[in-house]
Design a protein around this ligand. Sequence first.
Ligand code: NAD
Length: 401
Amino acid sequence: YERKKIVVLGAGYAGLATVVRLQKELGFQDADITLINKNEYHYEATWLHETAAGSINWEDGVYPIAKAVDNMKTKFIVAEVTKINKDAQTVETTQGEFEFDYLVVALGFESETFGITGMEEYAQAMTNPTNALEARQSIEANFKNYLTSGDENDLSIVVGGAGFTGIEYLGELVETLPELCAQLGIDYNKVKITCVEAMPSMLPMFPKELVDYAQKFLEDRGVTFMLGTAITAANDKGFMVKVDEKEQQLYANNRIWTAGVRGSRLMEESFDGVKRGRIVVNSDLSVDGYDNIFVIGDVAAVMNGEGPDARPYPTTAQIAMQLGDHLARNIKRKLNGDKLEPFVFDDKGTVCSLGSKDGIGMVFGKPIKGKSAAIMKKVIDTRAVFILGGPILAYSKGKLL
Ligand code: NAD
């Protein structure tokens, strides 16, 4: 009798949820689990906008993966995955090669600039704790610089994209920047925050009433929206934007890009038919042609049905954790020789925070806004830590106390 080798790539919401559930479902003798992740810590990807705005510290949004790992069942390796050999059933990493019987690919997301000129060089993304912290530090440095330069562009911030990330980031900024200004002795009224969004309206998944509420909340606190305006380039002065077919320069020394994400670039190198780092998976979360390779989280396009009208689910932490949980149960079924179950998403709703005290959301199909949305968001954030990290971490890292 040989223990099957299960290798999990990535310890984000999807990968860690898989391991945590596998540890609960499988006995020590059932399988040999290996979790491989680039960093020794798991980060709360849904809190990055808070790090980026300085509402929380870098270390508040991360915890050691070791805390979620049961050493009896799982070997945790800190390494970067460099290659997946599907047929040879091996994974190459910076810490050597690993064999697998079952592979779970959960490599997560990165920034996508769509090839926009200068965007990578001149704008800051917030796709991991490192670049989120850099975003915060560069704003602080520019605001400090203003004290000697008097250059108003040092106090000008442009945010590209009014998706969830952009809006949640703006919500934090209007809370933290007045504090930063007070510390530095800068008049907050001199700060200019502009959000540029290509679509004529933002957050299309929410009813208009909620979107209007969020927009007014941010405008009342100094944000200017340029809707229906595409960013066409970034440079050392700011963003180039297209207004009425004419290119125009927006001036800002603080340039933030929250207008695009994609799955890991390793996906294109490893699989066929990958678009923006995402591969369409079967309903049991395996990839076509390989019943022992599963892809979940932001690198997977999980369809909401079958046929030509089927659409991929959005890539969110909620769905990633459900995917990991479901997949672990399917792997157990597989080890037992049972039939795999199709994944069904249980949508509990979505909340878009507006700083720590406000927000909008649709929860169990009902619209919420204001303080109740803010509280719901803290429940969601704490629940994620609880599910993956357990009660002790939920107590120390959670947001309910
Ligand atoms: P997104 O892709 O959802 O939004 C990007 C926005 O940028 C879009 O509105 C798009 O129209 C705009 N955009 C793109 N190119 C542009 C350009 N050149 N000029 C101007 N605007 C441009 O990205 P996101 O907000 O980072 O979200 C990524 C995923 O994560 C989504 O699935 C989202 O649902 C999820 N998410 C959810 C939450 C939450 O539930 N609270 C929070 C953050 C992210």
